[in-house]
Design a binder for this molecule. Structure first.
Ligand SMILES: Cc1cc2nc3c(=O)[nH]c(=O)nc-3n(C[C@H](O)[C@H](O)[C@H](O)COP(=O)(O)OP(=O)(O)OC[C@H]3O[C@@H](n4cnc5c(N)ncnc54)[C@H](O)[C@@H]3O)c2cc1C
Length: 457
């Protein structure tokens, strides 16, 4: 049996005491949830408005999905871009994509202003493709990106791929034919099945450590108008015309606005005393998916990287419809030494009722069979090497039905706002969401976006 042991939580050495809410409180804004979304929302709202803010966290800061993810900074949606264009139209879809890409700059702002010196590495990451359809999806994405003024993501196609010389003229400039070895070298694999590789900006960050450090900075910088209460679960939110009451066990919070940064797993009741009911649909609208991760350390002799391998179904991976694995490599302090940490993603499974998820759950096998065979067949193929997985962890993702994070006011009562719906790739969207919420709190009238919550009745 293996405990839920994440390398990100392992790196947090916290001396800050846990303070729970012990008396009734009033503030301009309550942020519910202290993951990267809640802390980023607090960062921008404190910096860009003069509002008093209270952050209420059911457990400890950064111990939710933020402390149990793959720690890869990426700006893609977990849906093909052309589907977003079909759903929202080219203009809104492109703007949504651009917003997420601009969040790279927001991370830099937070680093600079909060004086952070924790590890954050940016580089070019790779996606390896093994089927013609995967290649064509990428080329279509590039056409749409270019049409919207976004930089295309370069694609290198193997000269050995039989379709390489027959690709339609309209994709010219969006790919380059290269010797097969170049494709495999970028993917750091000897497995010949990959026929193309795309590149895009990626990074690696311990989002839990980041969240904790920013929390400490905010508590110090805005001591007069910011407080964090942990072990302070919000059980119920009662929405009135111009304020909300939050039931926090034996205490309450009265606030002008409340922002749910709960990743979707709110487990709280929402009562809209000022209008139509919100609760029922909301609770069932975000599906839970448990992602399992494992990590091992190796000598620090290679640069940081993020690689995703899109495979074709093959023996050993039979049970997976669309096999896909990813890894990141980064510098990591462990046992007083500096190593490379390799983190492997997979597998994932949906859970019908999100309340069934238990953070402490111990999986029987430390690392899944699929993950182990993946890494040994693609990346770390030395047959004599025994990989010792020192970390193995899991976390809960909340998938909105359309795979897009919800950021903004609840249409039935704007006293309630959201920055939630993790959708597997949530670090940049959470930060972007924080900035967007602060602009709304500041009274700015924003143009419609793909992130707008809609009436869920
Ligand atoms: C296995 C896995 C791998 C991932 N890999 C990546 C990746 O590589 N790159 C990437 O960008 N994203 C990744 N993600 C997604 C990313 O981690 C999340 O999108 C992001 O951390 C979400 O942050 P959050 O603040 O919205 O949620 P969380 O970090 O889950 O924070 C929500 C907080 O709300 C609190 N809360 C909930 N209900 C209440 C309540 N009623 N009262 C008070 N507090 C409450 C919870 O205790 C929790 O601390 C991954 C996620 C998982 C699970």
């Amino acid at each position: 049996m293996s405990k839920n042991y994440s390398p990100w939580i392992h790196q947090i050495s916290r001396t800050r005491p846990i303070v729970a809410l012990h008396s009734d409180i009033e503030a301009d804004v309550a942020i519910v949830g202290g993951g990267i979304a809640g802390i980023s929302t607090a960062f921008f709202a404190l910096r860009d408005t003069d509002k008093s803010i209270v952050l209420l966290e059911a457990g400890k800061i950064a111990h939710g999905a933020t402390g149990h993810n793959a720690g890869q900074v990426a700006s893609y949606f977990e849906r093909p871009f052309h589907e977003l264009v079909e759903e929202f139209g080219a203009v809104l879809a492109t703007e949504g994509q651009r917003d997420i890409e601009l969040a790279w700059e927001l991370i830099d702002q937070i680093y600079t202003e909060a004086g952070l010196d924790i590890y954050f590495s940016r580089f070019i990451g790779y996606d390896g493709f093994s089927t013609f359809d995967q290649v064509m999806d990428h080329l279509k994405k590039n056409i749409l990106r270019a049409a919207g003024g976004l930089k295309p993501e370069m694609l290198y196609i193997s000269e050995d791929a039989d379709f390489g010389k027959n690709i339609s003229e309209k994709y010219a400039g969006f790919y380059t034919l290269v010797p097969h070895k170049e494709v495999l070298d970028r993917l750091e694999t000897g497995k010949s099945g990959f026929i193309a590789v795309s590149e895009q900006p990626r990074g690696v960050l311990n989002s839990a450590l980041f969240t904790e450090e920013v929390a400490q900075y905010l508590l110090k910088k805005y001591a007069g108008r910011f407080s964090i209460f942990e072990n302070s679960k919000v059980h119920k939110v009662v929405l009135k015309d111009d304020h909300a009451l939050l039931d926090v066990g034996t205490c309450s919070a009265t606030v002008r606005r409340v922002v749910l940064c709960t990743n979707g797993f709110e487990n709280l009741e929402i009562f809209n005393a000022a209008g139509l009911g919100i609760d029922t649909r909301f609770h069932h609208d975000i599906n839970g998916v448990v992602g399992r991760m494992s990590g091992y350390i190796e000598t620090m002799n290679k640069s940081p990287i993020a690689i995703s391998y899109y495979l074709t179904p093959q023996p050993g991976f039979d049970d997976m419809e669309d096999p896909y694995f990813y890894l990141t490599r980064r510098a990591y302090e462990y046992n007083h030494g500096r190593h490379n940490l390799i983190c492997l993603g997979g597998p994932q499974h949906a859970i019908p009722d999100r309340e069934e998820y238990v953070f402490e759950y111990e999986y029987k096998d430390e690392v899944s069979k699929e993950t182990d065979s993946f890494v040994k067949s693609l990346y770390d193929i030395d047959p004599n090497k025994k990989i010792e997985y020192i970390f193995s962890w899991h976390g809960l993702m909340g998938y909105t039905p359309n795979g897009v994070r919800r950021v903004g006011p609840e249409p039935l009562n704007p006293v309630l706002m959201y920055n939630l719906g993790c959708n597997g790739v949530g670090i940049l969207p959470s930060i972007y969401g924080g900035k967007r919420i602060s602009r709304i709190l500041n009274g700015e009238k924003l143009s419609p976006s793909i992130f707008d919550p809609h009436d869920q009745r």
